[in-house]
Design a protein around this ligand. Structure first.
Ligand SMILES: [Zn+2]
Length: 343
């Protein structure tokens, strides 16, 4: 009986081990799938920050080119940070339609005036991207003034992300994923799937960064442009869906050994043409504006010589912060309650 009991115990241990191993494999596959899903959205952010470097004047170009891989790789940090910082989510969008109709004149462009009219809670609920871009601009200017290499790099990467997000029409409406109009999924389709499919063919020669006399007006113009494009983004997808063979709109693709349902290439190509290549146009505008915001920060800081910047190693505090951010992101639980569709 004892032997039988022991055997059963061994069998239980063996099946427990097997079960644990199976669970770990399943979790690993799920994690890989999740990372891949986010990585699609990451492609455009990385490309945008990378190309923005080439808009800079020689005095900045030397420094940024040296660190181009870092500035590109960390273009996605703000999206990752949403998993560790509950304050992060509203920095990526603004639901302008919550404030009436275009051009949303009832919404003060000045942060303090907007807070006193609507309260900070309401503003954060509907997204704060234009104000956060201006905050990042001030922080980058300070970093240039203090000649802090790692602060310059981190704020450049972050600023690039938020400016790029502001160029996406679906980051400027409460119907951000077509959920109010039966078009769920359009967010990732517009900003991730299409650049992933066709982005290598886009023309990234956008000219030189220029000094922005009024950065606030510039970023508000960006979100107003985005808001004015929302109707086309939604209406044209609806029109195309009506005339496209229903069984050809979606396809299945293998990602990390998983079959994933996604918009088909012919549907994506037709949509892109109907939009007159809007994704390419918005990526180009984002690139030029990012370069111009970086340049403006540098000029406002008195054009410090970047060639002289000490080649200091990454501060321990930043290294630990990035490590914690990556770890929380891999575990995949967004901090805060806001939707994850405004990436
Ligand atoms: Zn984002």
């Amino acid at each position: 009986m004892a032997a039988c009991g022991m055997k059963r115990t061994f069998a239980t241990v063996r099946s427990y081990k097997l079960w644990t191993a199976t669970l770990l494999i399943v979790l690993a596959i799920e994690w890989a799938g999740m990372v891949a899903a986010y990585a699609w959205g990451f492609w455009a952010h990385r490309r945008i920050n990378r190309v923005a470097v080439y808009t800079l004047p020689p005095g900045m170009l030397v420094f940024y080119k040296k660190h181009i891989d870092w500035v590109s790789e960390h273009a996605v940090d703000p999206d990752k940070r949403r998993y560790s910082d509950p304050e992060e989510a509203p920095r990526h969008y603004i639901d302008l339609d919550r404030y009436g109709s275009y051009p949303f004149d009832s919404l003060p462009r000045n942060w303090y005036e907007a807070v006193s009219k609507y309260t900070e809670d309401t503003l954060k609920k509907h997204g704060i991207v234009p104000w956060h871009v201006l905050l990042e601009l001030r922080q980058l200017t300070k970093a240039f003034r203090e000649k802090k290499k790692w602060a310059i790099l981190a704020h450049s990467a972050d600023l690039g992300h938020y400016i790029a997000d502001a160029h996406v029409p679906l980051h400027c409406t409460s119907n951000y994923n077509g959920q109010q109009t039966g078009q769920r999924g359009i967010h990732g389709f517009w900003e991730s799937r299409i650049p992933e499919l066709f982005g290598e063919e886009y023309d990234y020669f956008v000219g030189k960064a220029t000094y922005l006399v009024n950065p606030s007006r510039e970023i508000w113009n960006v979100v107003l442009e985005s808001a004015s494009m929302v109707d086309s983004v939604l209406a044209l997808e609806r029109q195309l869906t009506e005339r496209f063979p229903a069984d050809e709109k979606f396809t299945f693709e293998m990602r990390n050994n998983q079959s994933i349902r996604t918009y088909s290439r012919p549907f994506a190509a037709a949509y892109q043409e109907m939009l007159n290549r809007m994704q390419e146009r918005r990526m180009r505008q984002a690139i030029l504006r990012i370069g111009s915001f970086w340049y403006t920060a540098w000029v406002n800081a008195g054009q410090p010589s970047l060639a002289e910047l000490a080649d200091e190693p990454m501060p321990e505090e930043l290294r630990l912060r990035l490590e914690a951010m990556d770890q929380a992101w891999r575990q995949g639980r967004p901090a805060g309650a806001l939707s994850d569709c405004h990436d």
